[in-house]
Design a protein around this ligand. Structure first.
Ligand SMILES: *Cc1c(COP(=O)(O)O)cnc(C)c1O
Length: 464
């Protein structure tokens, strides 16, 4: 970490180390908040917040920050003229949290790493939270945050429509290993949510802002109000809607991400983040009780550096993903297929999403086409991939190429048929993550080609 450009005077004025007098005694200024995003009152929009976040320069003045590719850090005292002297007392104070990383006190990268912290600052700015830290995957962000907030025997109320992995984590793994019990509810039914909360026992309410794969939109302000009335913490998975929705600004306490998807955008990295109050992020790094430090799924510095360089164009990408998804949804509907997309007026939560969304980012890059049966879904995807090169049959989302998967048999495959039925996942549901490669007319003619081929080869379509 070399020079920094920042409105917060307390953050590293280009000075590598604190002075001795700062090490002893007065360290009121060593508050984790000082290194975080501007105060919440000035947050208006994710793009504005990202631009206002601290810009970290490279070690030699490079416009991009350097990678702090070190597992461990020396503790050098300034008095020793640059000769590294490991000072056990300083080391102890860093680990205990007494000396903070915003003054360049680091020890070990499973704890805190400057490059990962920088991506964390970007994530906090994006979500308008006080702090954030990054994890090795989306699911590790989710599992550690649940474990941090919900002790053994605790109760969780969760949406019944969740990413398959999250659903399995809550319904099986955490129940078996930690006796954490989850009640799954339809979060569109606010009374059901209210009635599922057991006062004194329920620790958290967990849901996805835009559900995978049904694209049901969560009423974040109302759900947060209901939870907070009963002292329950609200954790929202915002993987499907970065930039578009800012759950923490709508009332949620914690936002988790699978960075693997839109934020990464290249389909080449598995990563995640926990965004929330500084007190939570700090507690997750506690040496005795911190789920992130002690279970260890923190992010690698090289990965964090790579991702940091992609955040500046996330907004542009999201706008284009949304624009294409909207155009596909409109056109596919005209062909007579059953389309689910929250940008369409007939989507049951279209108005709700409009009322919550940040301006100009559209309604998201994911749409679904319900082909009714898995067999039809698979045949259609094969035509789309192999006959017309419209997209790729692959799980995941947020890639520049269009991706297609039959959710019931892939990403939600962990759920049993009954669970899928109540979650509204039809067996023929094809989830499409709209890419932005190529011209729209080129891609649309590829879609039509596959559609007519499919129709010729068996008349599978009927106008509805
Ligand atoms: C992919 C995904 C996850 C899991 O994230 P990983 O990065 O694969 O660990 C969690 N939630 C949602 C909504 C997802 O799409």
């Amino acid at each position: 970490m070399a020079e920094t450009k920042t409105p917060q005077a307390l953050v590293c004025n280009g000075k590598k180390r604190a002075q001795q007098n700062e090490l002893n005694g007065n360290h009121d200024f060593i508050l984790v908040k000082n290194a975080m995003v501007p105060p919440s009152s000035v947050w208006e929009d994710p793009a504005a917040a990202l631009a206002a976040a601290r810009h970290e320069f490279g070690e030699h003045g490079g416009v991009n920050m350097s990678i702090e590719a070190s597992a461990m850090f020396t503790v050098m005292e300034p008095e020793n003229m640059g000769i590294p002297v490991v000072e056990p007392e300083t080391m102890r104070r860093i680990l205990s949290g007494e000396l903070r990383p915003d003054r360049d006190f680091f020890t070990y990268s499973r704890h805190l790493n400057p490059t990962v912290m920088n991506l964390g600052r970007q994530m906090a700015a994006l979500e308008g939270t006080e702090a954030a830290y990054c994890t090795a995957s989306g699911i590790s962000a989710i599992s550690t945050v649940i474990l941090q907030l919900c002790g053994s025997g605790g109760h969780v109320v969760a949406s019944m429509t969740l990413c398959g992995g999250t659903h399995a984590l809550l319904s099986h793994f955490l129940r078996r290993t930690c006796n954490i019990k989850t009640t799954f509810v339809d979060i569109g039914d606010l009374d059901a949510v209210k009635n599922s909360i057991v006062e004194g026992q329920t620790k958290l309410l967990f849901f996805e802002s835009l559900a995978n794969p049904t694209l049901a939109v969560a009423n974040i302000p109302e759900l947060s109000r209901i939870a907070h009335e009963k002292g329950v913490t609200v954790v929202v998975d915002n993987t499907f809607a970065p930039m578009i929705l800012s759950p923490a600004r709508l009332g949620a306490d914690v936002v988790v991400h699978s960075i693997t998807k839109f934020i990464c955008g290249g389909g080449d990295i598995i990563a995640g983040a926990v965004c929330g109050p500084a007190s939570l992020v700090t507690s997750m790094m506690d040496t005795q009780y911190g789920a992130l430090l002690l279970l260890g799924p923190t992010m690698n510095a090289k990965v964090a550096h790579e991702l940091s360089e992609r955040i500046p164009h996330l907004g542009l990408r999201m706008k284009e993903h949304s624009r294409r998804a909207m155009a596909y949804a409109t056109n596919i509907k005209k062909l007579g297929l059953k389309v689910i997309y929250p940008g369409l007026e007939e989507h049951p939560q279209h108005e709700l999403l409009k009322s919550m969304a940040n301006k100009d980012y559209g309604f998201g890059g994911i749409l679904c086409v319900d082909m009714e049966t898995e067999e039809k879904a698979n045949r259609f995807m094969q035509h789309l991939q192999n006959c017309s090169q419209f997209g790729l049959m692959a799980v995941s989302l947020g890639y520049y190429e269009t991706l297609m998967s039959c959710s019931g048999s892939t990403t939600s495959g962990e759920m049993d048929p009954e669970e899928k039925a109540v979650a509204g996942i039809s067996p023929g549901l094809v989830r499409i993550s709209a890419g932005y490669l190529g011209t729209f007319s080129q891609k649309w003619s590829q879609f039509e080609k596959a559609f007519y081929k499919m129709q010729e080869s068996g008349g599978l379509f009927h106008k509805n």
